[in-house]
Ligand binder design. Structure first.
Ligand code: NAP
Length: 277
């Protein structure tokens, strides 16, 4: 059976995607920017190391831009060119909901490069991940019992990364949706007080939401060593969240996978151990 290359294979989405593809019987090559192990292939999108061999024997590929970088078009354009040159049959690119708001945004430029490449493709644009509450936003939940974000009572249709992986696994192995783009969301829109209630219920602890200023979050993220330009991008898109742009719901997950998206209550139950320590 032909091989599928997964970029970001050790990440939140990639780990579930590799599992889903292997469960369907596909042979997966896991790309990594670290020292590669047995089923891995060295491929660093930032340095270009491994690019010339990345697509050897590869029929289909999943691409993302590693977090922390704001020049996503510069990172992904050479990868798309190389995939085309090596005769890859299909590429699924994960960007982010809102990436197509403006053609001058780096993520949108990467999407356009893929659209114009002549490769069969899908672009998936997930909304904010549920799993941010057990990763990016975990520190304040454990240290203060609080989700601290500058978003007031705006709602978001958060998506479980296992659903993103399920969608990507379908799109990589089917052609009936070729050359289409999809915004991926959950099927309910919640504000952060409701998120905190779900986490409290699942953990039997009191977890609250506190609306903080963008300046407070900037200080926190810089203190956690995130690169300054990336922090500014995060603050900008959280500003859009506060304005309501993350609240919309699409039916893409059920259209592509044939089942409903995972609900926040289920996510909170499944990841309970992250907040109970
Ligand atoms: N968090 C959200 O709410 C959200 C919402 C929408 C979209 N997104 C998008 O999701 C993507 C992140 O996905 P994720 O959360 O699944 O990833 P993640 O868990 O943050 O993991 C990052 C992955 O990137 C790989 N990586 C790091 N540096 C690399 C490099 N220089 N070259 C190649 N690979 C590299 C890492 O693998 P190695 O260390 O093995 O190289 C790892 O597998 C980003 O593009 C982000 O914009 C996030």
């Amino acid at each position: 059976m032909s091989k599928i290359l997964v970029v970001g294979a050790s990440g939140t989405v990639g780990t579930s995607l590799v599992e889903a593809l292997r469960a369907k019987g596909h042979e997966v090559v896991r790309a990594t920017s670290q020292k590669p192990g047995a089923d891995q292939r060295l491929f660093n999108l930032v340095t270009g190391e491994g690019l010339s061999a990345a697509f050897t024997d590869i029929e289909r590929a999943f691409l993302l831009s590693p977090p922390g970088h704001t020049n996503q078009d510069e990172l992904l354009a050479p990868v798309i060119n190389e995939a085309k040159a090596k005769g890859v049959k299909k590429v699924v690119l994960m960007t982010a909901m809102g990436a197509n708001a403006d053609d001058s945004l780096p993520l949108r430029k990467a999407e356009i490069a893929l659209e114009k490449s002549g490769l069969a493709y899908n672009i998936i644009r997930p909304n904010w991940f549920m799993q941010n509450f057990n990763s990016y936003w975990l520190h304040n939940i454990l240290a203060h019992g609080e989700i601290q974000l500058p978003v007031a009572d705006a709602k978001g249709s958060f998506i479980d990364t296992r659903d993103i992986a399920a969608v990507a696994a379908e799109l990589l192995t089917r052609h009936d949706f070729d050359n289409r783009d999809f915004d991926l969301t959950g099927d309910e829109s919640l504000d952060h007080n409701q998120v905190a209630e779900h986490l409290s219920r699942a953990t039997e602890k009191t977890i609250r939401f506190r609306d903080i200023t963008p300046e407070e979050l900037r200080a926190q993220l810089l203190g956690a060593q995130l690169p300054a330009p990336y922090v500014e991008v995060l603050l900008t898109i959280l500003g859009y969240f506060k304005l309501g742009y993350a609240a919309g719901i699409t039916d893409a997950v059920s259209t592509i996978t044939g089942r409903s998206p995972i609900r926040f209550a289920q996510y909170a139950k499944d990841f309970r151990s992250a907040w109970v320590r």
